[in-house]
Design a binder for this molecule. Structure first.
Ligand SMILES: CC(=O)N[C@@H](CCC[C@H](N)C(=O)O)C(=O)O
Length: 383
C-alpha cells in the first residue's frame, strides 16, 4: 500500500473514462471506486454505502486529534454524449461520455484520499463520491436522506470542477458566487394533429413551438438587465412523426441560468408568461414545467474561500487564477447552502468546451491538482 503514483492515477482516469454511466446508474463506476479504495491503507478509513442512493460512496478518514471534519466531494456521473475523441481509452458505453471531466474529478479525489490514507490527517475527513450531478440532484438527494449527520457531517465542504480554459493544473477560484443556479425546463405543447393538406382543420404544434422558441429569445435580450445577465438554452426539441402529418404535440427541453435566485425566478416567470401567450394565440395547451431541484447558485463561503485563495496564492507550486463567475450549474450549490465551503476550478487546458464530444482534459492536471488540494487541506488542519 502506498500513495497512488502518477502512473496509477492516469490508469485510473483512463479506466473511469472508458466506463461512463448516466446519473443514478453509476453502478460499475461506484464498484470501481470502491475497489480502488479497498487497495488503500485501511487503518484510518471507514467506507459507507447508502441503501436509498446505492451508487454513492462515502469514505471517512479518522483524524489523529480532530478539531473539525473536512468534507471533499467529487461527482461521478457522465453525460448522454457520443464521444468523438478517438482516444484509445474512449467510452465503451455507446452514447455516454465523461464529457464534463468527472473522470478527472474522481481521480483527483482518489489521489487526495490515498494521500491521507497513508498520512493520517489531524482533522477528520469525509470523502463523498456523489452520483447524479448532471441531472437528478444527487447532492440534494444525499443531504435529504440525512447522509451528512453525526460523525458524517463535514464542518466545511470542498469540491472542484475542471476548466478547459485554464492551464493544466492551475487552480481558479473567486470570492462570492462561482457558478449559476439552474432550472430544468420541460415544455409540452398540445394542439390538434391532422393531414398536411388541411391545415385549416388542425392546430400545428411545430409552428406553435417555433414561435415559442423565437419569443423565448427575447426574454434575456429584452427583460433582463444586461449587466446582471442570464441564460436560457433550449437544447432539445421533438415534434411530429412524418412530413405529411401535422404535429399535434411538441416537446422542448432546456435550462435556465442566473447568478442569483432572484434572477432565476424572474426568468422562470417570463418563460411561463411566454408559454401562456403562445397557448392563447395558438388556442393550444402549453405546459411549462420548471424544476430547480438542488441546482442553487454555488455561493462560496467568504471566510473559507479567503483562506483557500490566500493559501493557493502563497504556494509557489500553484498557478492561481482569479476567475469570473460562470453560467455552468452545479448541485454542489445545494450542499454549500447547508454546509459552508468552497468550490474551485482545476485547469485542464483543452480547446474543447465542457459537454463537448471532443473534450480531452490534460492528464498532467491530475497530480498538480492533488498536490494543491492536499497542501491546502493540510494547511487548514494546522490552524
Ligand atoms: C458543470 C456543469 O456543466 N453542470 C451542469 C449541471 C446541470 C444542471 C441541470 N441539470 C440543468 O441542466 O439545468 C450544467 O449544465 O451546467
Amino acid at each position: 500500500m502506498a500513495v497512488l503514483t502518477e502512473k496509477a492515477l492516469i490508469q485510473i482516469r483512463r479506466d473511469l473514462h472508458a466506463m461512463p454511466e448516466l446519473a443514478l446508474k453509476e453502478v460499475r463506476t461506484s464498484a470501481y471506486l470502491e475497489k480502488v479504495v479497498a487497495g488503500f491503507n485501511q487503518q484510518y478509513l471507514q467506507v459507507r454505502h447508502i441503501d436509498e442512493l446505492p451508487t454513492a460512496l462515502l469514505v471517512r478518514v479518522a483524524g489523529s486529534h480532530p478539531k473539525r471534519t473536512l468534507g471533499y466531494r467529487t461527482d461521478i456521473d457522465a453525460l448522454p454524449v457520443s464521444e468523438k475523441t478517438g482516444l484509445p481509452f474512449a467510452s465503451k458505453n455507446p452514447g455516454v461520455m465523461h464529457a464534463c471531466g468527472h473522470d478527472i474529478h474522481m481521480t483527483v479525489a482518489l489521489g487526495v484520499l490515498s494521500y491521507f490514507s497513508e498520512h493520517q490527517p489531524s482533522d477528520n475527513m469525509i470523502f463523498f463520491f456523489q452520483p447524479a450531478e448532471e441531472s437528478e440532484n444527487g447532492g440534494k438527494l444525499a443531504y435529504e436522506l440525512g447522509v451528512f449527520e453525526g460523525q458524517w457531517r463535514p464542518d466545511e465542504f470542498y469540491g472542484l470542477h475542471d476548466n478547459p480554459d485554464l492551464p493544466a493544473g492551475a487552480i481558479g477560484a473567486r470570492m462570492g458566487t462561482l457558478f449559476a443556479g439552474t432550472t430544468e425546463v420541460n415544455i409540452d405543447l398540445t394542439g390538434q394533429g391532422g393531414h398536411a393538406a388541411y391545415p385549416q382543420d388542425a392546430n400545428d404544434m411545430v409552428v406553435a413551438a417555433a414561435q415559442l422558441i423565437g419569443q423565448v429569445q427575447t426574454i434575456i435580450s429584452r427583460s433582463i438587465d444586461p449587466i446582471e445577465g442570464g441564460v436560457i438554452t433550449l437544447g432539445k426539441m421533438e415534434a411530429g412523426t412524418i412530413r405529411n402529418v401535422i404535429a399535434g404535440h411538441a416537446h422542448i427541453e432546456g435550462t435556465i441560468r442566473g447568478l442569483t435566485q432572484v434572477m432565476i425566478k424572474k426568468i422562470d416567470q417570463r418563460l411561463k408568461d411566454v408559454g401562456d401567450g403562445i397557448a392563447r394565440s395558438f388556442n393550444c395547451d402549453v405546459k411549462v414545467a420548471l424544476n430547480q431541484g438542488g441546482y442553487l447558485p454555488v455561493e462560496n463561503n467568504p471566510a473559507l474561500t479567503k483562506r483557500f485563495i490566500t493559501y493557493m496564492k502563497s504556494n509557489p507550486d500553484v498557478e492561481f487564477v482569479e476567475t469570473k463567475p460562470a453560467m455552468t450549474g452545479e448541485d454542489f450549490g445545494y450542499l454549500l447552502s447547508k454546509i459552508p465551503g468552497t468550490m474551485f476550478w482545476l485547469g485542464v487546458d483543452d480547446d474543447s468546451q465542457l459537454h463537448s464530444a471532443t473534450l480531452n482534459p490534460k492528464e498532467s492536471s491530475i497530480e498538480k491538482g492533488i498536490n494543491a488540494i492536499t497542501g491546502f487541506l493540510e494547511s487548514r488542519m494546522s490552524e
